[in-house]
Design a protein around this ligand. Structure first.
Ligand code: F6R
Length: 243
């Protein structure tokens, strides 16, 4: 586990974008596992800036997103599909056919989970998995549980996640109660994992995830067992951990 301590969100975003761009420069046909949420917005913005300067080429990159709300169409501004287009895909030269997300409107969840796991199998090893971290230690939408989920699954979102994500919706009743998420096993099979965490409100999650016992009650704690994890966290997020 390598912890990169940064001053603030801006520095976090630049460092994360540096690691992702190095990955793509060294291996232009990289498979990137991608995340949504507030934390990676600055990272994507930085990557777009460097792309526009001609420093990075995404034409051979393939992406697999972690998750998607169930019941939201691709054009719903709260869907993760929409988020990814708005914050990243629409601004770089990634090919449409190389982008993968769960389909929130799939009729049969079992069929959709099976389909997405097959996409993941076909695409091969992820070179780099980008993650954010929930207040309860969730990664993707793998919520605290009694076990670590292996493959793609339909999740009942926890109250804490619904509360945290209501800021993106008009009212709390508009927050979907379910989401598709890739499994912990899929995340752990990535060659390298990059997790980015910012803010005082994440300090307890950082402490529990990286300095406490490995337990499915804190899903991100499993990352302690991965051979190549890079944690970029700002001083606020690390405020409960010793220097
Ligand atoms: C998003 C995802 C979630 C978020 C987490 C943190 O694709 O998988 O695990 O990374 O909820 O979200 P933010 O960054 O909004 O605090």
């Amino acid at each position: 586990m390598k912890i990169i301590r940064v001053k603030n969100y801006k520095e976090l975003s630049r460092k994360a974008a540096n690691i992702i761009s190095a990955q793509v420069i060294l291996k232009p046909d990289s498979v990137l596992g991608l995340a949504t949420g507030s934390t990676p917005e600055g990272t994507y913005a930085q990557l777009i800036e460097w792309y526009k300067k001609g420093d990075i080429d995404f034409s051979q990159v393939k992406t697999v997103n972690l998750d998607e709300y169930r019941g939201l169409t691709k054009d719903n501004p709260q869907s993760y599909n929409y988020f990814m287009r708005k914050h990243f895909f629409d601004h770089v030269n990634i090919k449409q056919e190389n982008i993968n997300l769960p389909d929130g409107m799939a009729i049969d969840p079992d069929v959709e989970c099976f389909r997405y796991d097959n996409v993941i199998k076909e695409i091969g090893e992820f070179d780099l998995q980008l993650l954010g971290c929930g207040h309860n230690g969730h990664i993707g939408f793998n919520e605290p549980s009694n076990f670590f989920a292996k493959g793609t699954h339909l999740v009942d979102l926890s109250d804490s996640t619904i509360q945290a994500n209501k800021r993106f919706f008009k009212t709390i009743d508009d927050v979907p109660r379910q989401a598709y998420s890739i499994g912990i096993q899929t995340i752990m099979l990535a060659r390298r994992i990059l997790i980015i965490i910012s803010g005082k409100d994440k300090a307890q999650a950082v402490k529990n995830s990286f300095f406490g016992p490995v337990t499915p009650k804190v899903p991100a704690s499993i990352l302690q067992l991965h051979r190549d994890v890079v944690i970029i966290a700002d001083e606020d997020a690390l405020s409960l951990c010793k220097k």
